[in-house]
Design a protein around this ligand. Structure first.
Ligand SMILES: NC(=O)C1=CN([C@@H]2O[C@H](COP(=O)(O)OP(=O)(O)OC[C@H]3O[C@@H](n4cnc5c(N)ncnc54)[C@H](O)[C@@H]3O)[C@@H](O)[C@H]2O)[C@@H](O)CC1
Ligand SMILES: [K+]
Length: 478
């Protein structure tokens, strides 16, 4: 599990280390990492390092200092290095001296046209807002791949938000701590971390890796049967949208070896596709379950409202998705059916989030982590806010983020798959934040496997689930 800290916390920790480290030592360590990854990128894109041309975009602060020092290291490997200074009178003096001493030179925007790699040292932790016009003009001229120092300039370090021109990096080399931008923004590209020995605890959010998900994923043991592994009930689908039920059920069937029940008007379609499922017409007839999923393709009429009320009143952990969320937004009294002790996991996309959150005074602004955290606290429910980076916020304030590495999941029915996965994990006994984070992780992997470079579909994502789960659970047997 990796911890992620906001810039204020990182600065605080950096100041402590700076006070006991010789001047410039941290910057040189950081810059060395930048030089290393710049050389890797040169090698992979041009086949060589020596004789290649790198342009540094250098801002007024220490981020520019890192870039200048990185340039000095690159000179030692015979790379041609040119620095374009955004504020010549405020450029980092020692860094500039080191670069010039090593044989680097100061250049102009024209040098960008023949660069093999560009290093973005415009702005780092002190970044506020998008790129200013002079920096934006330089960046728009870049054709070469970019290595961002600490973070891509113009992207908000704490939220990943972009509201104007910003750098789009192939590689980001960051130092001391991983910051929110590295998981919330797709503009970082591949992120590499250089340890500076900072003393940081209580992360602002966490990111689960393959091993974390593999350890948590429920696999059958020697004394298990179909009931002991958790039974999940899916209350989804309608005569108009039977497909949502088939997809959500399919994901639940493939997520764990526990049993899956279905309740709703798509029982025939569900049985036909998934003969292992016990399907009935109503929640009341469904039999005992350890968790419910309610909402995908359910519709928003009176009958659907009654379904949400029955499920919330059932006293077991519940995933509320899609139309279930819309119904809760339109009829907040539905919450009264719920025992406040029973965990609820809400899985909205942005519009559904806004429907529920706005009446409660929570805005989905640029800070998605803060918004999800605020809504989770207000509702006393775990909120899984879907997006490029999926934010999973528990009512106690703890947050996990799962960043997608591609966008294949943006396809119809993909959300139904996620709800089925999350429900199966809740039924297996995972707490909602962990269930949401593991489901989101495997969902992304299944999307990548299903797509494999070409557009895919939700049914194919369901079919790819076993391979995705195999990919994480192999750590159990290692
Ligand atoms: N403090 C430390 O211990 C270390 C800091 N390091 C580097 O230092 C950076 C932070 O340095 P600073 O605090 O000096 O600040 P930055 O280098 O992040 O920013 C400096 C200046 O950039 C300008 N700026 C702000 N927003 C801008 C925008 N949107 N467009 C254009 N220019 C903008 C401002 O004039 C600001 O003063 C880190 O990101 C990291 O790269 C590293 O050297 C490692 C050690
Ligand atoms: K930068």
């Amino acid at each position: 599990m990796r911890g992620v800290w906001t810039t204020a916390r990182v600065r605080e920790a950096e100041d402590k280390v700076l006070a006991r480290t010789p001047e410039g030592a941290l910057m040189r360590r950081a810059a060395h990492g930048v030089a290393l990854h710049t050389m890797r990128l040169l090698r992979s894109t041009t086949g060589a390092v020596a004789g290649r041309r790198v342009v540094l975009l250098v801002g007024a602060g220490n981020n520019g200092g890192d870039a200048l020092w990185a340039g000095a290291f690159l000179r030692k490997r015979s790379v041609g290095v040119t620095a374009v200074l955004l504020a010549p009178e405020r450029a980092h003096a020692e860094g500039l001296e080191a670069l010039l001493w090593a044989g680097g030179r100061i250049g102009t925007a024209e040098d960008l046209d023949s660069a093999h790699v560009v290093v973005d040292g415009i702005v780092g932790l002190s970044a506020r807002g998008s790129l200013r016009p002079d920096a934006a003009a330089l960046v728009s001229r870049v054709r070469a791949p970019i290595v961002a120092v600490d973070l891509p300039s113009g992207v908000d370090p704490d939220t990943g938000a972009v509201d104007g021109p910003a750098v789009d990096a192939q590689v980001t080399v960051t130092f001391g701590a991983l910051k929110p931008v590295h998981f919330l923004s797709p503009r970082c590209g591949e992120v590499h971390f250089v340890d500076l020995g900072l003393d940081l605890a209580d992360p602002d959010f966490e990111v689960f890796d393959t091993e974390d998900v593999g350890r948590a994923w429920p696999l059958p043991g020697p004394s298990d049967d179909k009931f002991t592994q958790g039974v999940v009930g899916i209350a989804a689908g309608s005569t108009t949208y039977p497909g949502a039920a088939v997809l959500s059920v399919g994901a639940a069937v493939r997520a764990t070896s526990g049993m899956t029940r279905y309740a709703g008007p798509a029982a025939d379609e569900v049985r036909q596709r998934w003969p292992e499922v016990v399907a009935t017409g109503s929640v009341e007839d469904a039999g005992r379950v350890q968790a419910w999923v309610v909402g995908p393709g359910l519709g928003t009429g009176k009958a659907s409202r009654d379904v949400v009320a029955s499920v919330l009143g059932a006293g077991v952990p519940t995933v509320v998705d899609a139309d279930g969320i819309t119904l809760l937004a339109e009829h907040p009294t539905l919450w009264d059916a719920r025992d406040p002790e029973v965990p609820v996991l809400l899985t909205p996309h942005d519009r559904e989030f806004a429907r529920v959150a706005e009446p409660l005074g929570v805005d989905l602004g640029a800070d998605r982590v803060a918004a999800a955290r605020a809504l989770a606290a207000k509702l006393n429910a775990t909120v899984l806010l879907k997006g490029h980076a999926t934010v999973i916020a528990a009512p106690d304030g703890r947050v996990a983020v799962n960043a997608a590495r591609s966008h294949w999941l943006a396809t119809a029915g993909s959300g139904d798959v996620l709800s089925g996965l999350s429900g199966a994990l809740l039924a297996a006994g995972l707490e909602p934040r962990l269930a949401g984070a593991c489901a989101a992780f495997v969902h992304v992997r299944a999307g990548e496997l299903a797509a494999s470079g070409a557009p895919t579909s939700a049914s194919a994502i369901v079919d790819a689930l076993p391979d995705a789960i195999r990919g994480v659970s192999r750590f159990r047997h290692a």
